[in-house]
Structures are given as C-alpha cells and as structure tokens.
Ligand binder design. Structure first.
Ligand SMILES: *Cc1c(COP(=O)(O)O)cnc(C)c1O
Length: 372
C-alpha cells in the first residue's frame, strides 16, 4: 500500500468543481482545536462571509458539517413536524429528494410537478397553496442541477408570502453562480453546498434561517427527530457568545478551505462572480451550438453554470464516451439522471472552473466525437 495520489482531472460535471490551489493549500494547514479561540474567530468570519455571499443578515448562518443533502435535511426536519403539510416543487432529482425528506419527517408533501428541464411554474404553486391552505411551507430548488433549469425564486417567494407560508430554497448550485437574494426575496430558510460554485471540496453545507423560520422551530411541539441536525442544539455551537457549547467536532480543515474560498469570492466580488459565470457560459454555449449540440433547457431558464446538452443520435454508448473523455482528455462531464439518463450530458462551469481553458478543453473533447 502507498499513499493515494489522485489523478489530475478537469472537473466539468455537476460537482465537485475545480478547487483552486489556494483553497487546497488552506486545507493543508495545521489542524487546531475546534474550541480554540482562533478557530472560533474563523467560525465567526465564515458566518459573516456567508452572509455576504447569500445576501442576508440572518444571525443563524453557518455551514452544517456535512454535504448539501444535510443542509436540505437541516432545513426541512427542523421546520416540519408530523402532521404538517408542505408544498414541494419537483422539476428534477433534488425536488424529489425534498419530498422524501418531508415525508420522512412525518409531514405530507403536496407536490407541484413540472417537466424535467422546465422551471417550477409559479401559477401551479399559487394553485397548490389555494387548495391547501393548511400548508406550512413551500420548498423548491432554485437551480436544478439534474437538468440545468433555473426557477424564478423571487416570484415563488412572493406567492408564498401572500399565503403567509415559509419558503425553503435549495441554493446548492445557485449560490455564487447566479443572483441569490435571500433577504430581498424573503427566503426563510436556505441551504447550499461547498463543492459547486463555491469551488471548495465537498462536505459542507452552508445554511441560513431568518427570524420567522427560527420562530417556527421554537414553536415545535415535538423534538426534532435528528439529534445531529437539531438547530436548537447546533446553534449553540455556532453562536454562543464566547462560551460555545460542544456539540460535535467541526471538520476543522474543511472549514479552512471554505473560509479561503469565501475570501476568494469576496475578492472577486459576488456580482463579478455572477457575471463571470454568465459570460463564460455564453462562450461555452456558443461553442456547443457551433458543434451542433442542442440544449435541454430553453435559453430563458438556462442555468449558466450547468448545461444539459442532448446526446447526438449516432451515439449508442454514451458511458463509453465519458470514459474516453476521462482517459484521453482527463475530463469529467456528468451523465443524465433519471428520465434523462442516456439522453443528455451535463456540463458544469462552476466557480473556479468557469474559465476559458476549461471551455476550450471541453469543446475539443466534444468535437472529437464527430471525427470517425
Ligand atoms: C449537489 C446538490 C445537492 C446535494 O448536495 P450533496 O453535497 O451531494 O449532498 C442538493 N441539491 C442540489 C440542487 C444539488 O446540486
């Protein structure tokens, strides 16, 4: 046995995305105690950098010590109790996961279905809330990574507010890649992930909850069934003034990485990061169109940082092509999921990976499939 030495792969799938040298270097710094005053200072800085990135002033803004799926569970299992009703919008894989989490929390999911590749239809959310006035919240995915469709979060939030229900938003892929205005849009609970447009290694899930969401958590009649994700316990670890209560041991070095990636985002500027994703994606989309590829998602709802392209008819073993890309070009792109398996490839242009070099490499790999 020897030490593991990973190959150098150009990550252009649905995540993880490229991690820059400075973030990797930050992660390799010496581990310190998770209750050390310097680590607590780091936690505070991460909180404030996350508030800037999410455009929120929510006090309770911190990274859950687990991947994006844990952020999803944190929001839903804390806000829902057995017997509650939640409107869940499904237009891809991750909306479907939200429904599962809602149901495992003992709540009833009222599903708003849209086609895979289409955004969530706000009118359907309106209708679902009219028909189910007992609903406690609306949950939807802002940027559906399984298809590359962007939903109108602002409009859905407005509808939810009119009905006086909370809004839970999956911003795993949207954060730092497209505009996300947590406070301005009135999002009550939001979660994201470290390995998409934040360009960090996987394993952390930034979450943020506003006062209305926390009031709902405080008003619970039953304890949250998950001890680890129970916000009333974990919040004391992230927020205690000076005296932090031990809850779990934070992944110290992963926090160094997240901090560094948030500093990098701060230096670039959030709006500049949105603009870079838009601009670089435009270049990639033009190149893909020139090669003859068609997009799954209408231009109007197309996510800059994740493009689903239709696999050409003549390809009969798409997995073999992805293996070839991996072996001959050191390039990773994503497969289609669920009903889109074998029909689309998913190309990620996320965070530090949204650059011209990646675009050129991806286009030359894709061009090679037309040469026989
Ligand atoms: C990646 C992703 C998740 C899950 O994140 P993990 O870190 O894989 O647990 C959830 N929602 C969306 C939209 C995602 O893209």
């Amino acid at each position: 046995m020897k030490s593991f030495s990973p190959p150098t792969i150009r990550l252009m799938g649905p995540g993880p995305s490229k991690v820059s040298e400075r973030v990797l270097a930050a992660m390799a710094r010496p581990t310190i105690g998770h209750l050390d005053p310097e680590f607590i200072r780091l936690m505070d800085e991460i909180g404030s950098l996350l508030r800037t990135a999410m455009r929120t002033e929510n006090d309770l803004t911190f990274p859950v010590s687990a991947p994006g799926s844990a952020g999803m569970e944190t929001c839903l299992v804390n806000l829902l109790e057995p017997g509650d009703t939640a409107v869940v919008c499904i237009n891809g894989v991750f909306g479907g996961r939200m429904k599962e989490v809602v149901e495992r929390a003992g709540a009833t999911a009222v599903v708003v279905n849209d086609e895979w590749g289409a955004p969530v239809t706000p009118d359907k959310v309106e209708a679902a809330l009219q028909e189910n006035p007992q609903s406690k919240l609306v949950a939807f995915v802002h940027a559906e990574t399984s298809t590359g469709a962007l939903s109108d979060a602002q409009q859905i939030c407005r509808i939810a507010k009119n009905h006086g229900v909370l809004v839970v938003v999956d911003a795993v892929t949207s954060l730092a890649g497209v505009p996300l205005e947590v406070d301005r849009w009135g999002i009550d609970a939001v979660y994201s992930g470290s390995q998409k447009c934040l360009s960090c290694p996987p394993g952390l899930s930034p979450v943020s909850l506003n006062k209305a969401a926390l009031a709902c958590v405080e008003a619970r009649k039953t304890p949250v069934q998950s001890w680890f994700l129970d916000l009333s316990l974990v919040a004391a670890y992230w927020q205690g003034d000076g005296a932090r209560a031990y809850h779990h041991t934070a992944p110290v070095n992963a926090m160094y990485a997240l901090h560094e990636s948030l500093i990098a985002l701060h230096e670039e500027g959030l709006e500049a990061s949105w603009a870079r994703h838009e601009r670089e994606s435009g270049v990639l989309q033009e190149g893909l169109s020139n090669l003859g590829f068609e997009f799954l998602v209408d231009k109007k709802y197309r996510l800059p940082q994740l493009l689903s392209i239709r696999i050409p008819e003549f390809v009969d073993d798409e997995a073999q092509i992805r293996r070839h890309f991996r072996n001959a070009f050191s390039l990773e792109i994503g497969a289609g999921l669920g009903p889109l398996a074998g029909k689309v490839w998913r190309i990620g242009l996320m965070g530090a990976g949204a650059n011209r070099d990646n675009i050129d490499a991806c286009l030359s790999a894709l061009a090679s499939i037309f040469e026989t």
